[in-house]
Design a protein around this ligand. Sequence first.
Ligand SMILES: [Zn+2]
Ligand SMILES: [Zn+2]
Length: 248
Amino acid sequence: MTLKVDLHIHSCLSPCGSLEMSPRRILEEAQAKNLDIIALTDHNTALNCPTLLSLAKNTNIVVFPGLEITSREEVHILALFEHLEEALDMGQWIYPSLTEFPYDAEKYGDQVYVDENEVILGEVSVYLGQACSYTLEEIVDTIHQHNGLAIPSHIDRPGSGLLDNLGFLLPQEKTRFDAIELSRYYWLSPFPIPNKEDYPCLSSSDAHFPEAIGTLVSTIDTEEKSWQGFCKALHERQIKAGIFPSNI
Ligand SMILES: [Zn+2]
Ligand SMILES: [Zn+2]
């Protein structure tokens, strides 16, 4: 079967995410868009994943818990997991590497995690949009130690993409990235984009507000709507990034 996946979504816990992005609203929007698998990837934290996973149990949407980590080099990288504990452990590893400074929610945006009824459970006082002190290599190692997938996000994007910060992309056997994510503007990138044959390519919405969910997806051919089914499709390159015109 062919499944629609959107594996890069921010909630109200990301400083740049809309307050409307509660786990409940994200799930409703994903259902309305007929998505099969989604991932919650807040900046440097997985604290809204427990609520989203719990809500998703009553639906036919599979949720991968995850994070979008900012490395020391200012490179954004998605960390996707099968199990909640793996994502939360990853968040606990990241947290002490973030710098504490007086946080102004008015200025940078709210960072709240909520329950199934959108009641605020708590807020994070460390600015989550900052770079952590770990290198990209350390982050990839730790994602893999937690059985996760390491996928640099929007590699073509200025500022926070891998190509703008590092200027190059080594072959997969060196980087050990499980895939790469290209943004919807990849065709504007001044950097050479790797061949689809060199790396499995994904594209996702990077949604920060509800309407954006599912506006850019990837499709996978798989026998199973599950983590295992997704990993197999990735391994066998049975995956198509929605940004490539031939795949639309
Ligand atoms: Zn990003
Ligand atoms: Zn993002």
